[in-house]
Design a protein around this ligand. Structure first.
Ligand code: TXE
Length: 479
């Protein structure tokens, strides 16, 4: 299947006619072509967005909201089609795409369609000076949204929905590794009545198409989710042009388990927080720290549960772990398993590639648990972003807090305990943008989402996203 760019409401080939192969991770086969767009395509997308801006930015909130909610409904109507397409492109189980990715993409449009009608700005009366200040929150203009491959449509829409709701026009690029559902979204936008040019989707490599978006002098804000190294590069390119930047980057999140937790709930959730989406979620709790008094029991129970996870074809309904997203990514994850062993890590289960009958060239890997001798080893410090977790005991709150914070990342942390005071102490001291206590990945779209340290700058979600995608202007009136 050939994918095209979506510019000014039309589907078109890249101007240079350059294409990239699109792989199906479940069998390693090329199943389509996607544009490798150049600066010329990005310029065309920009011009189309620029032409649409005046009208879209002045479109009433009710109308913008109506269109976004219509997109959400159409996505829900086509849940099956989108879930299958997402799974084929990414390797994730269809069941996961059906229950998480696509429903959450639909909620992104619905949520921001509603949120914009509630978004208000501040006013400040300068008492004693006979002056009134109020703040306008105006759309920025044309903004760039660049998203990764792990939760393709979910993260793509997480950016474009608030950008559009706030009255901006968008030039967006999904990951070249998983472009399919973003491509399918174009049709839905047309059907929902999104005016031409308001959203433009260009496909291509990060180093060409993505770079062209970031370098474009008149694309004034960039919202990016992806790897930390890419984020640092984008920040360097964008800084001299004073662009607004929101960067959601990698994570190496601690999952801290105290003996007083609700054990069964913790165990079930920890299996999920370790291996959901083949471990390819920036929020996965990839470093598990367990209080020493229950360490041995946990180790036995956890490994037993992980061994029961079924690695299988993404379309099989009983598959827990599908295929990793690409061959290079599979190699990267396997490399880390090797590095772990060189650093005296003990593989408690998994560690091997899986040869699925009839799908021998797919990118399958066993879920892997590695007991590490120290928290300072590379597998405990670097983002692996695959079905691999590390395991270590701890004795005191201070010790585990220190280990939890001793990484360059700071996206999320999970804490399992029923001690209220400890919860309060630890959640305030953990260096993370999000702390989950006795749960994982429970998302309320109104909350701020993002990380500290090398996990990024800025927050998405709720009004934070609408603030990012608007420029505040103070008006001071003397009377
Ligand atoms: O991501 P990239 P990659 C982590 C994870 C993974 C590593 C690398 O550890 O192994 O990053 O993954 C676009 N200008 N995460 O290389 O390259 C690119 O085309 C503009 C964590 O696949 O960061 C894609 O659309 N754009 C993460 C997007 O950036 C550029 C999710 C992300 O790709 C660009 C994914 C450039 N110069 C990976 N170079 C998370 N936080 O969830 C690339 N891109």
């Amino acid at each position: 299947m050939t994918i095209q760019n979506y510019i000014n409401g039309n589907f078109q080939n890249p101007i240079s006619n350059a294409w990239i192969d699109n792989y199906n991770p479940s069998n390693g086969e090329i199943y389509g072509q996607i544009p490798n767009s150049s600066t010329k395509d990005v310029e065309q997308a920009y011009q189309s967005a620029k032409s649409a801006f005046k009208s879209w930015s002045q479109t009433s909130l009710e109308e913008r909201s109506r269109v976004l909610i219509r997109i959400s409904e159409l996505l829900e109507d086509q849940l099956d089609r989108f879930a299958k397409a997402e799974s084929k492109d990414n390797g994730k189980p269809v069941a996961l795409a059906k229950t998480v990715d696509i429903p959450r993409a639909a909620s992104n449009f619905r949520f921001f369609g509603n949120a914009i009608t509630q978004f208000a700005s501040e006013s400040h009366e300068s008492v004693g000076h006979n002056a009134m200040n109020y703040t306008l929150r105006q759309p920025i203009g044309v903004v760039g949204c660049i998203s990764p491959w792990n939760l393709p449509l979910y993260l793509f829409t997480w950016k474009i929905a608030p950008a559009l709701a706030a009255g901006n026009c968008v030039v967006a690029k999904p990951s070249e590794i998983t472009p399919m559902t973003a491509y399918l979204l174009g049709d839905i936008c047309n059907e929902a009545g999104l005016p031409k040019g308001v959203l433009n989707i260009v496909h291509g490599l990060g180093s060409t198409t993505g770079q062209a978006i970031v370098e474009h002098p008149d694309i004034k804000a960039i919202s990016f989710t992806g790897g930390t190294a890419t984020g640092a590069h984008i920040a360097r390119v964008a800084a001299p042009m004073f662009k607004k930047l929101s960067l959601e980057l990698g994570g190496k999140n601690p999952n801290i388990i105290f003996a007083d937790c609700d054990y069964d709930d913790m165990l079930n959730t920890t299996v999920r927080s370790s291996f959901a989406n083949q471990g390819q979620i920036c929020l996965c709790g990839s470093r598990i720290f367990v209080e020493a008094t229950i360490y041995d029991k946990f180790k036995i129970d956890f490994v037993e549960r992980v061994k029961r996870l079924k690695v299988g074809h993404p379309s099989d309904s009983d598959t827990d772990i599908g295929a990793l997203v690409s061959q290079p990514h599979l190699e990267k994850v396997k490399d880390y398993i090797r590095i772990a062993q060189e650093e005296d890590g003990k593989v408690l289960c998994g560690g091997q590639e899986v040869n699925l009958k009839n799908f021998e060239n797919g990118y399958y890997l066993e879920p892997t648990v590695i007991e590490v001798p120290t928290d300072e080893c590379r597998v405990n410090q670097e983002e692996i972003f695959g079905p691999v977790v590390t395991l270590m005991p701890f004795h005191t709150e201070e010790e585990v807090l220190q280990m939890a914070n001793k990484v360059k990342y700071g996206l999320s942390a999970t804490l399992w305990t029923n001690d209220l005071k400890r919860t309060m102490r630890m959640s305030s001291q953990l260096q993370a943008g999000i702390v989950w206590v006795n749960t994982w990945m429970m998302r309320d779209l109104r909350t701020p989402f993002g990380g500290v340290k090398a996990s990024g700058v800025g927050r998405e979600g709720g009004f934070e996203a609408l603030r990012f995608f608007t420029e505040p202007k103070n008006v001071c009136i003397k009377y």
